[in-house]
Design a binder for this molecule. Structure first.
Ligand code: SAM
Length: 248
C-alpha cells in the first residue's frame, strides 16, 4: 500500500541528511514541504527532483484530504519541515492523524532533532526529560508556564527565538531561582555551535554581555528540580500542619 514517509532533514549541516532519507525523497511521487523554496535548496544540493507541494500551519487540514486523495490514487508521499523532525514544533500532526485514520501507512525516516541533539551533548540528566516546545511569547503567560514547571524533577527542554532569549532567561531567574542550572545550546551542527552551561543568572549575564549569543537558533535546557534531603513531600507538610493544630 502507498505510504506517507515522515522525513527528518538537517538542522544546519546538510551532511546530516541520512542516505535513506535521500533515497526516499528521490523515490516518492510527491514531497509535502513546510516551505517549498526553503526545502528546494536542500533538494538541489542532493539532486532530488521529486514534485513538491506546500503544507504549512495555515493549510494543513485542507491539504491533508488532498494528500489522502493522492495516496488513494496510488501515489507515495513524503513530509518534510524546514529543519529537523516534522511535527516537533513543526506542522504535520493533523496530516499524520488524518492519513492514519484514512487507513494508510505512515513511516518515519528518522534524523536530526534539535531538542534531542542538544540534550545528548548538554551534560544534563537524560534518563527523564520533558520537551516543552516554545514558551508563550507574552511575559505573564511565560512566567506562569515556568512557575508550573518549577518543581518538575525532569530535565526540561525549550525552543527559543534569539529575539526573546534575554526575556526568557530573566523569567527563568524569577520563576526557578538564580541558581538553577541551565544549558543554552546554540547553532547546533553549524559553524558557531556553542554550549553555555551554569546557573541561570550566570548564563543570563554572559548572553547580555555578548551580542553574538543573542543570534541564531537556540535550545534552552533546565536541570530538573532537585529535592533537598530535608524537604518533605507536600502531603507530609500539610499533615504536620494539621497535627500541630491539635497539639497543646
Ligand atoms: N522540527 C525541528 C526539530 O526537529 O528540531 C524544530 C523546528 S522549530 C520551528 C525551530 C526551533 O528549533 C528553533 O527556534 C530552535 O529553537 C530549534 N533549532 C532548530 N535548529 C537548531 C540548531 N541548529 N541549533 C539550535 N536550535 C535549533
Amino acid at each position: 500500500t502507498p505510504s506517507l514517509y515522515i522525513v527528518a532533514t538537517p538542522i544546519g549541516n546538510f551532511d546530516d541528511l541520512p542516505q535513506r532519507a535521500i533515497d526516499v525523497l528521490n523515490q516518492v511521487d510527491l514531497i509535502a514541504c513546510e516551505d517549498t523554496r526553503h526545502s528546494g535548496r536542500l533538494f538541489a544540493h542532493f539532486g532530488i527532483n521529486s514534485k513538491t507541494v506546500a503544507v504549512h500551519d495555515h493549510n494543513e487540514r485542507q491539504r491533508a484530504q488532498w494528500i489522502i486523495d493522492q495516496l488513494s490514487a496510488g501515489l507515495s508521499c513524503a513530509l518534510v519541515s524546514d529543519a529537523g523532525t516534522p511535527l516537533i514544533s513543526d506542522p504535520g500532526y493533523h496530516l499524520v492523524k488524518q492519513v492514519r485514520e484514512a487507513g494508510f501507512e505512515v513511516s518515519p525516516i528518522p534524523g536530526a532533532c534539535a531538542a534531542i541533539a542538544a540534550l545528548s551533548a548538554s551534560g544534563l540528566p537524560s534518563d527523564r526529560f520533558s520537551f516543552e516546545g516554545f514558551l508563550p511569547a507574552k511575559e505573564k503567560a511565560k512566567l506562569d508556564t515556568l512557575k508550573g514547571l518549577a518543581q518538575d524533577s525532569r530535565t526540561l527542554i525549550f525552543y527559543e527565538s534569539p529575539r526573546r532569549v534575554l526575556a526568557t532567561l530573566s523569567c527563568m531567574v524569577e520563576s526557578l531561582g538564580a541558581d538553577r542550572e541551565i544549558v543554552m545550546a546554540r547553532e547546533l551542527t553549524k559553524t558557531f555551535e556553542t554550549f553555555l552551561h551554569g546557573p541561570v543568572t550566570e548564563v543570563l549575564s554572559r548572553v547580555e554581555q555578548d551580542l553574538d549569543q543573542q543570534k541564531g537558533e537556540i535550545v534552552l535546557l533546565i536541570k530538573g528540580h532537585q529535592k533537598q534531603a530535608d524537604e518533605l513531600p507536600q502531603a507530609a507538610i500539610e499533615t504536620v500542619v494539621l497535627l500541630q493544630q491539635d497539639l497543646p
